[in-house]
Design a protein around this ligand. Structure first.
Ligand code: NAD
Ligand code: TDX
Length: 334
């Protein structure tokens, strides 16, 4: 078994590859892994083992068709994580999101068809469904993405579906809720707040903090992806949820406690443009069809994540001062 994993120098893909290399997925203990990653600002080679007998690392772009046609022959499967992934960046500059997430996915799938790759998982997100006031999304819900990031992921899902339908590519799509865990870039809510609180800085809470996200530990997400890779049906979409709905204010309060930080460090800042109010997935399908269950209790996983950032300062400290302060709306509030 030889798999090519795109974007595995990032947060979720690196968790997936570290687990494959550690023999964490039954049947894949001997699998060889090729990582293809462009090493954008979000990619970090140090998220993966420097040397490993079953790992080959290729720095390259998923938009590069000749490279893909050269690289893919001999691979049995592709797990596709590579993307521009941060909503705030897509509000400032969307074109890279369209280039990589839409164009790159199309190029990758075209190369898979041409080189006879047998199985593909396209990793997508709950944000493609938009925002939901009550209840939860099933896989049949219409796509109503609100940010350029979400729109680019929704478009990539449609391209993926078309490559299954038109070319018979054996491909499944996963749509997961918000991930948390070690190795997540400090631009995202939880690592941003943890690293700022651990260094005595303020944390910028968008709007009134009432927006709700559904959180899942990255290891549970990766296990779900592996289940879909090995047992998912072609042409099918699988939601992966965690059931842990929290407002951003609740997350902030938990992080203040875990970091032993003062509530005065919370700054209410200008809201994100078009900020989705709530995400919630119905993941009955993956649970009933593939026997998936999330295993990491949220409070335990969050505490372990904070401990990881506390114990691995050298991983994030070089970046810790990066990022602009947003103007405070009301000063420190609680
Ligand atoms: P990330 O930003 O941490 O990592 C993305 C990786 O892709 C980086 O290593 C980057 O260098 C690489 N990359 C970017 N453009 C590339 C290109 N053109 N060619 C090759 N490599 C490129 O992202 P993440 O949080 O690990 O997310 C991984 C996937 O999971 C994404 O597709 C994302 O949409 C999806 N997802 C993320 C979450 C979440 O909460 N983070 C939730 C659901 C789904
Ligand atoms: O500084 C912040 N302050 C703040 O209040 C940041 C970075 C975020 N927020 C809020 C915005 C969101 O309501 O926290 C919530 C989470 O924000 P992000 O970490 O940026 O995640 P989100 O926008 O929900 O998208 C994430 O989940 C779905 C990932 O970044 C996506 O890649 C994934 O598809």
């Amino acid at each position: 078994m030889r798999i090519l994993v795109t974007g595995a120098a990032g947060f979720i893909g690196s968790e997936y590859v570290r687990t494959v290399l550690a023999g964490g997925y039954p049947g894949f203990e001997d699998a060889d892994v090729t990582v293809l990653d462009r090493l954008t600002y979000a990619g970090n080679r140090a998220n993966l083992p420097g040397r490993h007998p079953r790992l080959a690392f290729v720095r390259g772009d998923i938009c590069d068709l000749p490279l893909l046609l050269d690289l893919l022959p001999g691979h049995d499967a592709v797990v596709h994580f590579a993307a521009e992934s941060h909503v705030d960046r897509s509000l400032e500059a969307a074109s890279e999101f369209i280039r990589t997430n839409v164009g790159g996915t199309q190029t990758l799938l075209e190369a898979c068809v041409r080189t006879g790759v047998q199985r593909v998982v396209h990793v997508s997100t709950d944000e493609t469904y938009g925002s939901i006031e009550q209840g939860s999304w099933t896989e049949e819900w219409p796509l109503q993405p609100n940010s350029p990031y979400a729109a680019s992921k929704a478009a990539s899902d449609l391209v993926a579906r078309a490559y299954w339908r038109t070319h018979g590519l054996d491909l499944s799509i996963t749509r997961c809720s918000n991930n948390y865990g070690p190795y997540q870039h400090i631009e995202k809510l939880i690592p941003n707040f943890v690293t700022r609180l651990l260094t005595g800085r303020t944390v910028p809470l968008y709007g009134d903090g009432s927006n709700i996200r559904e959180w899942l530990h990255v290891s549970d997400h990766c296990r779900a992806i592996q289940l879909v890779l090995t047992r998912g049906r072609a042409g099918e979409i699988y939601n992966v949820g965690g059931g842990n709905e929290r407002t951003n204010r609740q997350i902030t309060d938990s992080l203040l406690d875990l970091c032993g930080a003062s509530p005065d460090l919370v700054r209410h800042v200008a809201d994100r443009k078009g900020h989705d109010m709530r995400y919630a997935l119905d993941d009955t399908k993956i649970r009933e069809e593939l026997g998936y269950t999330a295993t990491v209790p949220f409070e335990e996983g969050l505490a372990a994540t904070v401990a990881w950032y506390r114990d691995n300062r050298s991983w994030w400290q070089p970046d810790a001062g990066a990022g602009e302060e947003r103007p405070a709306l009301t000063g420190s509030v609680r």
